[in-house]
Design a protein around this ligand. Structure first.
Ligand code: F3S
Length: 391
């Protein structure tokens, strides 16, 4: 891989051991994937934040690094609400380790926002055509597909390397040739809300790491619905980029699908039937993290009522702070709005045996990553289960 004189100097250790190690990671990835060179990134989103996932070895690795990030860099969700971890049932020892992890990132100049929806809280992190180094799979999908930026799905070390060096290797989704659709998906159904999670759950399993191009009948999906669609495909498959005709930015150049998939109401309803919410002992919303609009819907459905089961609503701390009245309305019902974390990356979920969710991504991940069975329903059905109106 070509390195400029300055990059070569970093690689040789002229700017210290941390930067040398970081450049080594970027060059190794570039060599593996055949990158010609490095490219500057506008922002970085770093995975490897939940102590549940990184453990002691990960904490030591991060704590060992010196220096400061050189581009705006924010974090993935942590293993707990950084303020209200006791209410989640998190143990003291875990909380200490999680706080040490956060402090290690803070010391490197990383902004302490722990969210999978950075695009909901900062406008300036990503624009069309920008190169990024983002980690969390739903954020990667949203950035590539809805914003029209360019990022691979970075691991924790490679994202941190990009943050400290300010560059990433130019391969994969940074290049037009890898951004052409592989599958045409025709959907003959009018979808709303969690239907997009169910659709993504189905399509991700079929196309795996392909690039689906959707032709949707019916109304135009909202940003939250696109967020849900991409998140589910990234979890049930490993889709990092998709298109929706007349909604998202267009694919580059001419393309021919390898395969056409046709889906309708029947297939969407089969997902709900296969993963019912019945028997859930808790309900989790906010995967990916809720937007202000989603908090408003949830508050409207809960207003003046009391939940009978634990109901978690996960969001970014900045979103919660922007909407104190909605948070208060939700919490008056007995539900909890947790920030900085989520039902998949927090060990607090493990005490439940079955969770109901409106998210296709949580549906795919809860059993494997948290050991919790999952059921899928619309937002209204999830709230009904939490209120004890349905079993
Ligand atoms: Fe975000 Fe956690 Fe879901 S990181 S996309 S809320 S699994």
């Amino acid at each position: 891989m070509y390195l400029s004189r300055e990059e070569e100097g970093i690689y040789q250790g002229e700017r210290g051991e941390t930067l040398r190690r970081m450049m080594e990671i970027l060059v190794a990835l570039g060599d593996i994937y055949g990158a010609e060179r490095l490219v500057p990134v506008r922002s970085v989103q770093i995975a490897g934040v939940s102590y549940k996932n990184i453990g002691e070895a990960g904490l030591e690795w991060i704590s060992d690094l010196q220096g400061q990030v050189v581009v705006p860099s924010i974090l993935n969700p942590a293993g707990m609400d950084l303020c209200r971890w006791k209410e989640m049932g998190i143990q003291e020892e875990f909380a200490q380790k999680q706080q040490q992890t956060i402090e290690a990132y803070r010391r490197l100049g990383v902004t302490i926002d722990c969210t999978c929806t950075p695009y909901q809280i900062y406008q300036g992190l990503a624009g069309r055509g920008d190169h990024l180094a983002w980690s969390e799979s739903s954020a990667v999908s949203y950035a590539n597909s809805v914003i029209g930026a360019r990022t691979n799905r970075e691991g924790g070390p490679s994202a941190l390397a990009a943050a400290l060096v300010g560059k990433t290797a130019l391969y994969g989704y940074h290049l037009d040739e890898n951004r052409r659709p592989s599958h045409l998906v025709e959907v003959e159904a009018d979808l709303r809300g969690s239907d997009y999670g169910a659709l993504g759950f189905l399509v991700g399993r079929t196309v795996k790491d392909g690039v689906p191009f959707f032709r949707l009948k019916g109304r135009r999906p909202s940003p939250d619905e696109l967020k849900a669609l991409g998140a589910a495909m990234a979890a049930s498959g490993s889709v990092a980029l998709y298109y929706v005709e007349n909604v998202t930015p267009e694919p580059p150049g001419p393309w021919q699908p390898e395969e056409t998939i046709r889906l309708g109401r029947k297939e969407i309803d089969e997902v709900y039937a296969k993963y019912p919410g019945s028997g859930a002992d808790a309900v989790a919303l906010g995967c990916p993290h809720c937007s202000g609009q989603e908090l408003e819907w949830i508050a409207g459905l809960l207003q003046g009522q009391k939940v009978q089961k634990e109901l978690w609503v996960c969001t970014a701390r900045k979103i919660a702070e922007e909407h104190p009245q909605l948070v208060a309305t939700i919490e008056e019902s007995g539900a909890r709005v947790f920030c900085d974390t989520c039902m998949v990356v927090s060990p607090a979920t493990e005490r439940f045996s079955r969770m109901m969710t409106s998210s296709g991504k949580a549906l795919a991940y809860l059993p494997g990553l948290a050991g919790v069975q999952a059921g899928l329903g619309s937002l209204e059905e999830c709230i009904d289960v939490a209120l004890g109106r349905r079993q």
